[in-house]
Design a protein around this ligand. Structure first.
Ligand code: KDO
Length: 330
């Protein structure tokens, strides 16, 4: 984990690089993500966000982790080497462990719940800390989808009904502590790996499986190298559109309002499309030969939640916030 003092120093350096005097000039927003250009979040930012801010900002997306490797984006924003990313709560938890509450299995219930939580005052101290100590402004929340367990094994070889069935299964999870904890909480043997390496790892059998929402399984073509999906819905996953606070501060209030609106509109559009894809893609994946089924969800929910109770992560959650999140649910 990065040291507090270094974080502050990096944020201050970045702030000094972009002065408000530049507000009349166009700023460049370098955005880095491990996602592809056809991912719905990428598409919405390019088609909705970019044109809306084009008068005062040039949006410059970099896909497939080609500019900054997955997981290093926030540090790059803090040091002034990047202006934007599609950040996960798990990545923020690397700096501020309390963000793990938004990365915990079976906490968010659906896409609308994510939006209510993000816009609720309960989020303010989280947002303020990321701004003040990392120089990162969380602009809006994007819906990635329901993460499920996607394996190379056929259902005949391995039927996943409860977490016990995942014992010994090498499940690729993204490479931060919060992700690895979730993989273990599912009952699997989590293996950290960057998103861009997952297809080959599945193809060669160096991992048994991975977890992602159906639209990602299709977009990244994981269905070509796997045989089943157990619909565990263990995480209703989100990302934040993360922006350099220094870049934000260089804008006029009018430009800031335009940018905020643009980010919210892009997120809303991507959310609708992603939800539609989740509903539609089961048939496509089945036609590709994958077996898709629901395991014992109660068994998964109980097991996952039990792992978090009393964990180091749970100890970092501010008092009462879990209850507030739950109260915003259905
Ligand atoms: C992944 O690495 O599995 C993950 O789904 C994690 C998300 O937080 C998100 O960053 C996503 O990858 C990438 O954007 C690729 O879709």
């Amino acid at each position: 984990m990065m040291k507090f003092t270094r974080r502050v120093a990096l944020a201050l350096t970045a702030a000094a690089l972009v002065s408000p005097a530049l507000a009349a000039d166009k700023i460049t927003l370098r955005m880095s993500t491990p996602a592809s250009d056809t991912d719905q979040r990428s598409v919405a930012l390019e088609e909705i966000f970019a044109p809306a801010v084009a008068d005062f900002a040039t949006y410059e997306p970099h896909y497939n982790g080609s500019l900054i490797k997955q997981g290093a984006e926030l540090e790059s924003i803090a040091s002034g080497d990047l202006e934007m990313s599609i950040a996960s709560a798990q990545e923020l938890a690397q700096f501020f462990p309390e963000f793990s509450i938004f990365a915990t299995g079976y906490v968010h219930q659906d896409a609308e719940h994510q939006v209510r939580v993000f816009n609720d005052p309960l989020m303010d101290p989280f947002k303020e800390k990321a701004e003040a100590e990392l120089g990162v402004k969380l602009l809006t929340v994007m819906y990635l989808g329901r993460r499920h367990v996607n394996l190379r094994q056929t259902k005949e070889e391995l039927t996943v009904n409860t977490p016990d069935d995942l014992a010994g299964i090498n499940l690729r999870m993204p490479g931060t502590d919060a992700w690895q904890f979730l993989g273990k909480a599912l009952g699997a043997n989590p293996t950290p790996m960057a998103f861009t390496e997952v297809y080959t790892a599945l193809q060669t059998g160096s991992v048994d499986g991975q977890d992602n929402p159906l639209p990602t399984v299709v977009d990244a073509k994981f269905y070509e190298v796997t045989n089943q999906i157990a619909l565990t819905s263990h995480l209703v996953d989100l990302n934040y559109v993360a922006l350099s606070k220094a870049a934000w501060d260089a804008l006029t209030p009018e430009q800031q309002a335009t940018m905020q609106e643009a980010a919210d509109a892009a997120a809303a559009s991507a959310r609708e499309k992603q939800l539609q894809k989740e509903a539609d893609l089961v048939a496509f994946l089945e036609s590709e030969g994958l077996e898709i089924y629901e395991p014992n969800l109660e068994a998964f929910r109980e097991h996952v939640q039990a792992q978090y109770v009393g964990s180091e992560f749970a100890k970092s959650w501010p008092e009462g916030v879990l209850a507030e999140i739950n109260a915003l649910g259905n």
